[in-house]
Design a protein around this ligand. Structure first.
Ligand SMILES: C[S@@+](CC[C@H](N)C(=O)[O-])C[C@H]1O[C@@H](n2cnc3c(N)ncnc32)[C@H](O)[C@@H]1O
Length: 240
């Protein structure tokens, strides 16, 4: 498949996540052999000692929002523009989580939130789906308090020659079939494969973060480079 154009991407992404909502969490665990939990655990852990309110952008069915609350006890604002994903996740919240995780249906590239509000932000498997990534980063920067930290988890491409080829085979041949069979929407999982293959390199993501104003930008590949964890900070001296 060819990836959707920038103009049609939002509508396409919203529709695809809506169509796989009920099977999303199960397929995530199945297709990653359960390692996705460890990746989210490490993402939250990288915020290291953060306290206050955390914004989880592209929160989907809230798996990362729940992990943020579990590890930090912080209040979480969970934002996503796909109502079905958010509503499905909100239904699965426990009593304690309900009082601390607040879902907002909105566009991550135009946050309906005040500047300098959050102590930290997280994004898991979301930045690849944004139609305008620099706008998304500028918005995350704007709503973060000076000194606030960001943790971004995203798929990347392994670099070791043999593993890279095997992974590409898995992405394009195995993943869409299993994903399609279980979710009923093979195109959604073809999009997943193509969007991973076509996404920016780690260095490109880091320079976009720096361009948005973030400092202390680092990245750490995990699980042979299948995913990468990016860390960043809004300078203590920043005024907006
Ligand atoms: C792969 S899911 C990730 C869900 C969750 N963070 C996780 O850890 O599994 C990506 C989510 O990004 C959301 N998304 C994509 N573009 C968005 C945008 N511009 N604004 C808000 N949410 C967006 C989609 O609706 C989808 O729920």
């Amino acid at each position: 498949m060819t990836l959707p154009s920038k103009e049609s991407k939002k509508e396409f992404v919203q529709e695809k996540f809506s169509s796989v909502t009920a099977r999303y969490d199960f397929l995530n665990s199945l297709l990653s052999l359960g390692i996705d939990r460890l990746w989210r655990f490490k993402t939250v852990r990288s915020l290291n000692g953060v306290s206050g309110t955390i914004l989880d952008v592209c929160a989907g069915t809230l798996p990362l929002s729940k992990e943020v609350f579990r590890q930090t006890g912080c209040n979480v604002v969970a934002l996503d523009f796909c109502y079905d994903m958010l509503a499905y996740g909100a239904k699965g919240l426990g009593v304690q989580e309900e009082g601390h995780i607040h879902a907002i249906c909105a566009d991550g590239e135009r946050l309906p939130l005040c500047s300098n509000t959050f102590s930290g932000f997280t994004v898991a498997f979301g930045i690849r789906n944004l139609a305008d990534l620099p706008s998304g980063f500028r918005e995350m920067y704007r709503v973060l308090k000076p000194g606030g930290k960001g943790a971004i988890l995203e798929f990347s491409r392994p670099s070791a020659p043999i593993f890279r080829d095997l992974y590409r085979l898995y992405l394009h041949k195995v993943l869409p079939r299993i994903g399609g069979l279980i979710s009923g929407d093979e195109e959604a999982y073809r999009y997943l494969a193509e969007s991973i293959q076509g996404f920016h390199s780690q260095n490109e993501v880091c320079s976009m973060l720096e361009k948005a104003g973030f400092t202390d930008v680092t990245f750490k590949p995990m699980t042979f480079g299948i995913v990468t964890l990016y860390s960043c900070k809004k300078p203590d001296t920043a005024c907006s």
